[in-house]
Design a protein around this ligand. Structure first.
Ligand code: F6R
Length: 368
């Protein structure tokens, strides 16, 4: 069943190109983005003036990634919120609010309650879900299914990448409805998404190298993760994977926050994983991160850098370097998350833990 793999998670990591391709398939026809079930009229979609993404855990991180794309493409304010916080606040919602509920299982209690609350307030709810006919899509006004296939490993991998892709399709559908992107621009963005399964496939060729790096740091007490822009939620996701699987203290930070506190944590030998932006795509962010890395390296950190292939400037600051293919900035999370999944799995495996069934965790959290 594990297809010759030691654990499901590794199999599911390797299934990510297919999960992405399946999630995108059939959603761009006759020059238009189409969702699966749309019980929201085109007019109502045009009238949306605010977007909330509500979700838990990794699904929440997929929302944080999508915020960058949806705001950029649609010129709409996007708030991303943990479902467990959203439902107990008094969020400002009305019929022009689109609430995107992201859930692999479609049964997560907090996300479901957030959906119910949003609908009571007359907001439109769109579910992004990996499970056909689950409760969250059943109670939503529109649905876009991710087609990652069943995810057995408790730690989300392929469902997370598929959620990012699906959230992006939601963003493109909104941009199309609102006219903030011309049809040829929507087509181009979709084509770039369609190139991602091949890019992720390329990252999979670095799995063995990443596993070796993981074994070298598996004795550490803690690991920090740094990123900027879309690399920030990737850092959060990398830290979550490591907590879940290796039971290690792990934190993700926005690199710009280092000086505001976290740099005090840096000590000799502490592994710090840095998610680099492209030197070409976001040159300013890139140079800021290079200076962040040099600062933490000077204080003794052991830097593990995820960078675009051919990024020479970062090399002198990388104690370990994992190269990922060059892709458009907004799509980088789809490639840069993969080594972090492998790192967490392999550190956990070196420590002798059951990767597919980490302690204290359930695959689907149907109670609060
Ligand atoms: C992390 C993980 C969890 C889930 C979270 C939401 O690896 O799997 O954080 O992402 O429990 O679950 P769903 O997406 O089913 O609502």
């Amino acid at each position: 069943e594990k297809g010759g793999h030691e654990y499901f998670m590794l199999k599911e990591i390797e299934e990510q190109p297919e999960a992405l391709a399946n999630t995108l398939r059939g959603h761009f026809e006759a020059g238009r983005i189409i969702l699966d079930e749309q019980r929201i009229s085109d007019q109502d979609l045009r009238d949306v003036d605010k977007v909330f993404v509500v979700a838990c855990g990794s699904a929440y991180h997929s929302g944080l990634v999508a915020k960058y794309a949806i705001e950029h493409w649609c010129r709409l304010p996007v708030e991303v919120e943990l479902a467990s916080e959203f439902r107990y606040r008094d969020p400002v919602l009305d019929r022009d609010t689109l609430v995107v509920a992201v859930s692999q299982s479609g049964e997560t209690a907090d996300t479901l309650e957030a959906v119910r609350h949003a609908r009571e307030q007359k907001a439109r709810v769109l579910a992004v879900c990996n499970t056909n006919g689950a409760q969250i899509p059943r109670e939503s006004d529109a649905v876009l299914y991710t087609h990652a296939g069943p995810e057995i490993g408790v730690a989300s991998t392929k469902a997370f990448l598929a959620q990012i892709a699906a959230n992006y399709l939601v963003g493109l559908a909104l941009a199309q409805a609102r006219g903030t992107k011309y049809p040829d621009e929507v087509a181009r963005e979709f084509a770039e998404l369609e190139a991602m399964p091949a890019a992720v496939q390329k990252v999979l060729s670095t799995v063995e190298q990443t596993r070796e790096i993981a074994r070298r740091i598996s004795d550490s007490r803690a690991v920090l993760f740094l990123g900027r822009h879309v690399g920030f939620p990737v850092a959060l996701e990398g830290a979550l994977k490591l907590k879940e699987l290796a039971y290690m203290h792990a934190e993700g930070f926005a690199a710009g926050e280092l000086k505001h506190g976290p740099i005090a944590l840096i000590e000799e030998g502490l592994p710090v994983v840095v998610v680099m932006p492209s030197p070409k795509g976001r040159a300013v962010l890139h140079s800021k991160l290079v200076s962040n890395i040099s600062e933490i390296q000077a204080r003794g950190a052991r830097t593990i850098v995820i960078a675009e292939e051919g990024d020479e400037t970062v090399r002198p600051f990388a104690d370990e370097l994992i190269e990922v293919p060059a892709v458009p900035t907004l799509l980088q999370p789809l490639v840069s998350t993969v080594p972090l999944q492998v790192l967490a799995a392999e550190i956990a495996s070196s420590r002798g833990y059951d990767i597919d069934k980490p302690r204290n965790l359930a695959k689907s959290v149907t109670v609060e």
